[in-house]
Design a protein around this ligand. Structure first.
Ligand SMILES: [Zn+2]
Length: 263
């Protein structure tokens, strides 16, 4: 499921391939049961250009100074890419935006959990959603205050989009695994040094995933992402085994041998 790094990689693809080009057409695919603007609403973009992009947490925006903005949420399995217009489009394209010069931006979503909205103001949209600071941008003090003081499980605190925006199940597990914190550890019981180290690790992980364009096979071998199965040998300690437990309703893969509840 796309989280911050996947959304950021998608934003960078828009930035690299779809800015400052005049839009020549906007086309909807098969979009039954999906939340997307109508063809008439989208037609308003024809003749205009996207001149900037923005991202907050898992939310991606493309638009221009005077608006409107297209807000794209990738949902469970959505993706964005820019391809040549004469290339055969893949299956499950829900929206394509054609640009002068023969390129198009494709929003592909096999599972249809993604959605797209027209919005006038990005900041107002973020406020309206009640999103916390972006997980890549949040400062040390804000992280300590928002995450480190939580009375509940640290894993649930990381997943709360109101505390910080962009971290989902996969990268929350990875950050806790690499920092050596048990997903059920009570956040407010953890030493401040441990919270600070979790913050640094989380930022490094998100950055590294973005650097690969969210291609997981390029990530280091000792990451949990390559090992998310019960009984797999832990790559971070001797004799540890990966196990899974529901924390805050989400399957949390971890190694009980080196991920501590409180130390
Ligand atoms: Zn281990």
């Amino acid at each position: 499921m796309p989280e911050l790094p996947e959304a950021e990689a998608a934003r960078q693809r828009i930035e690299a391939g779809a800015l400052n080009r005049t839009i020549t057409g906007v086309f909807l695919g098969e979009v039954s049961h999906m939340s997307l603007p109508s063809a008439d609403e989208l037609a308003g973009f024809v003749g205009t250009q996207f001149t900037r992009t923005q991202r907050h947490g898992k939310y991606i925006f493309a638009g221009s100074k005077d608006g409107p903005w297209l807000h794209i949420h990738l949902g469970m399995a959505g993706s964005l890419r820019v391809v040549d217009t004469d290339e055969t489009p893949p299956k499950y394209v829900r929206l394509s935006i054609a640009f002068e010069g023969g390129t198009q931006l494709l929003f592909r979503d096999p599972r249809k959990f993604g959605h797209i909205q027209l919005i006038e103001d990005v900041e107002a949209f973020i406020d309206g959603k009640g999103l916390g600071p972006d997980a890549l941008q949040i400062g040390d003090n804000a992280f300590a205050n928002r995450v480190g003081t939580t009375r509940g499980a640290i894993k649930s605190a990381l997943l709360s989009q109101k505390k910080l925006a962009g971290v989902g199940n996969l990268w929350a597990d990875e950050a806790l695994y690499q920092t050596g914190i048990h997903p059920e550890a009570r956040a407010c019981d953890l030493p401040t040094g441990k919270i600070a180290s979790l913050h640094g690790t989380m930022r490094d992980i998100l950055g590294a995933v973005i650097d690969t364009g969210a291609v997981y096979s390029k990530l280091p071998e000792d990451w949990l992402i390559h090992n998310r199965k019960v009984g797999a040998a832990c790559a971070r300690c001797d004799g540890g085994e990966i196990t899974v437990k529901k924390v805050g309703g989400r399957s949390s893969y971890h190694c009980p041998a080196h991920q501590m509840r409180n130390d």
